[in-house]
Design a protein around this ligand. Structure first.
Ligand SMILES: [Zn+2]
Length: 233
């Protein structure tokens, strides 16, 4: 599937954008815990190229991102795109579908029951924003080092990397109770490598909530508008 991912990137212009993004990192001469790349994916185009990979992107996006991570890492190393980058774990890929298939299975509506949104995949959701928080920072990636001076993992390596995954809370990404697998000493974050991103929390309510306001204005019955929280990252 890696080969197909590469073919897709090449054909869709994604590879060109990726090389351009790499150049920005390379030219900055700065070293980061993780290097983040956003890759636009057209699900129909990729399904036409290879149905298995298309299906993977739609239904197992986290694993699909790993395929692209591997492809991008190989590209960075073979073409020496980012001198500072050391390990594959430092490559963070965010797949962004341009659209989703127009089927009910890809629509998330909280007014529909029962809920069956157990799989971690892409959904479309339409609603009304009723409140917005301010933009805050979250950790996209961090590097940890062993606190034991004599341990080889106490210095400049990128062995212990924490990368934010979709749905993860801040405390899941960075914690203070990690231990070194080599010597069991506690790990400490190397703060200068931390990569921060923007996050905004939005309160939304389903578009169908408007119907309730329309139809029952004179009705004595009470209704409550249930909102759901959306994290924009
Ligand atoms: Zn250690």
């Amino acid at each position: 599937m890696r080969e197909i991912a590469l073919v897709y990137l090449d054909r869709s212009g994604g590879l060109q954008k990726f090389v351009h993004d790499c150049k920005k990192y390379h030219d900055s001469k700065q070293s980061y815990a993780v290097y983040r790349f956003i890759i636009s994916i057209n699900p129909s185009d990729i399904a036409e190229l290879d149905a298995t990979l298309g299906n993977y992107i739609l239904h197992k996006p986290v694993q699909a991102a790993q395929i692209f991570q591997s492809v991008c890492f190989i590209a960075i190393k073979t073409l020496s795109l980012i001198e500072q980058l050391q390990t594959e774990a430092q490559v963070s890929i965010l797949l962004k579908p341009t659209h989703l298939p127009p089927f009910p299975g890809y629509t998330l509506s909280l007014s529909a029951f029962p809920f069956n949104y157990t799989s971690q995949r892409f959904y479309m959701s339409e609603g009304i924003v009723i409140a917005m928080g301010t933009v805050t920072k979250y950790t996209q990636g961090a590097r940890f080092l062993c606190t034991e001076d004599t341990c080889p993992l106490s210095q400049g390596r990128f062995r212990y990397i924490r990368v934010h995954l979709p749905g993860a809370t801040e405390s899941a990404t960075v914690r203070s109770d990690f231990v070194c697998t080599l010597c069991s000493s506690p790990l400490q974050e190397d703060m200068k490598f931390r990569v921060l991103g923007d996050k905004q929390i939005v309160e939304m309510t389903d578009a169908k909530a408007l119907n309730a306001l329309k139809g029952y204005a004179n009705d004595q019955s009470h209704f409550r508008i249930q909102t759901f929280t959306v994290f924009l990252r």
